[in-house]
Design a protein around this ligand. Structure first.
Ligand code: NDP
Length: 340
């Protein structure tokens, strides 16, 4: 059983040596007899997600999820097949998505995060992205947190990523004017030509983010879907319209800093009566069936699309996770455990 082991807590950026690929010969591909709530899975796809960096800290401020355990496999969302089950909810052959170890096979005791995959006429990797946790995040963040109105203006940061690409398309389908920022020309081209954003810019090429935002939003921003925090959030706050809404989804620019950047123009929240709301997708699993009902027809009718960046092999998983923090990934970062 090949595994990616979390070595020890870190400060700053993760490196390849913080995760070690090993082989554990002790796993038996059968269930222990004395437990009636276990499943044994063969893991197929693994999802690389920015929040996983936070689990590498010794302590988690906010405590919304535990830190990883040194010496144990990294844990993340994945798509798996049930090989054996003594759990009443799952049977042999079921396809599921939920939290699994970064390993070929997992013996799972806590099945609370698992959802059975019912629709299989789409690539299974979709359940790490558009049909999984990140798709639900985009849906909840835009439709439930932003309270959108047709014709309003939307700005999305890290817009070509797993969450951002879906937010932008949902906002376009809803009838909004949508601009995204991303970190390379190729990503900006994707936003404009594949995902149908009205406009997009490369934030790394802008000397003055305030001026860039004024160029695309001369009358201001009604909704900001924040994936990055930091300097961008600071400048967006100056460009929000009165009664604007900010969905605080993520702040990837802060995850590797020992001391998070401050200096936000928070006074603008008051001056412009802006509502800024942080949310965690974990609180919105009840919206998943409603989300699927909305998104599956859009996929089938070709009205929404997605881009995945799939690397093959567990040995390439650490680099794929690290790559999220320097923008290596183009679209949803996935690891296929084998190339079958
Ligand atoms: P992405 O697919 O967007 O991948 C990460 C991207 O972030 C990189 O490709 C890079 O894109 C950008 N990035 C990396 N470092 C920086 C930086 N210092 N400043 C600005 N941009 C940076 O990831 P996801 O779509 O999976 O996640 C997007 C955000 O949503 C993250 O903040 C994540 O934590 C958050 N999230 C929150 C959830 C919730 O429940 N609230 C659930 C899921 C995700 P580029 O080349 O454009 O810079």
């Amino acid at each position: 059983n090949k595994q990616v082991i979390f070595k020890d807590y870190i400060n700053g950026y993760a490196t390849g040596s913080d995760m070690v690929v090993t082989s554990d010969a002790t796993i038996r591909l059968e269930l222990p007899k004395n437990d009636d709530s276990l499943i044994l899975t063969k893991n197929i796809y693994l999802s690389c997600d920015p929040y996983m960096r936070n689990r590498m800290n010794r302590t988690m401020e906010g405590n919304y999820i535990d830190s990883f355990t040194p010496g144990s496999p990294i844990v993340g969302y994945g798509v798996s097949r049930v090989l054996e089950s003594s759990h009443p909810k799952f049977k042999k052959g079921d396809l599921i998505w939920g939290l699994v170890g970064w390993e070929e096979y997992s013996l799972i005791k806590d099945t609370r995060t698992f959802i059975k995959i019912q629709v299989t006429d789409v690539p299974l990797s979709c359940y790490t992205g558009i049909l999984g946790m990140t798709g639900l995040t985009a849906y909840v963040g835009f439709h439930e947190i932003c309270s959108p109105k047709k014709g309003e203006t939307v700005f999305v940061s890290s817009a070509s990523g797993a969450v951002g690409q879906i937010v932008g398309q949902l906002a376009k389908l809803f009838g909004c004017y949508v601009v995204g920022s991303a970190g390379s020309k190729a990503k900006v081209d994707l936003l404009k030509n594949k995902f149908g954003f009205d406009d997009a810019f490369n934030y790394k090429e802008e000397q003055d983010l305030n001026a860039a935002l004024k160029r695309y939003f001369p009358n201001g921003i009604d909704m900001y879907f924040d994936n990055v925090g930091g300097k961008m959030l600071d400048e967006v706050l100056r460009n929000m319209r009165v009664h604007g809404r900010i969905a605080a989804c993520g702040m990837i620019s802060q995850y590797n800093l020992d001391k998070p950047q401050g200096n936000y123009n928070l006074l603008m929240l008051i001056m412009k009566r802006i509502r800024m709301e942080g949310f965690l997708v974990f609180d919105y699993y009840h919206s998943y069936p409603k989300f699927l009902e909305m998104i599956l027809p859009l996929i089938h009718e070709g009205k929404i699309t997605y881009v995945e960046d799939i690397v093959i092999g567990l040995e390439n998983a650490p680099a794929a996770l690290i790559g999220l923090f320097n923008g290596t990934n183009v679209g949803k970062q996935v690891v296929a455990i084998t190339n079958e």
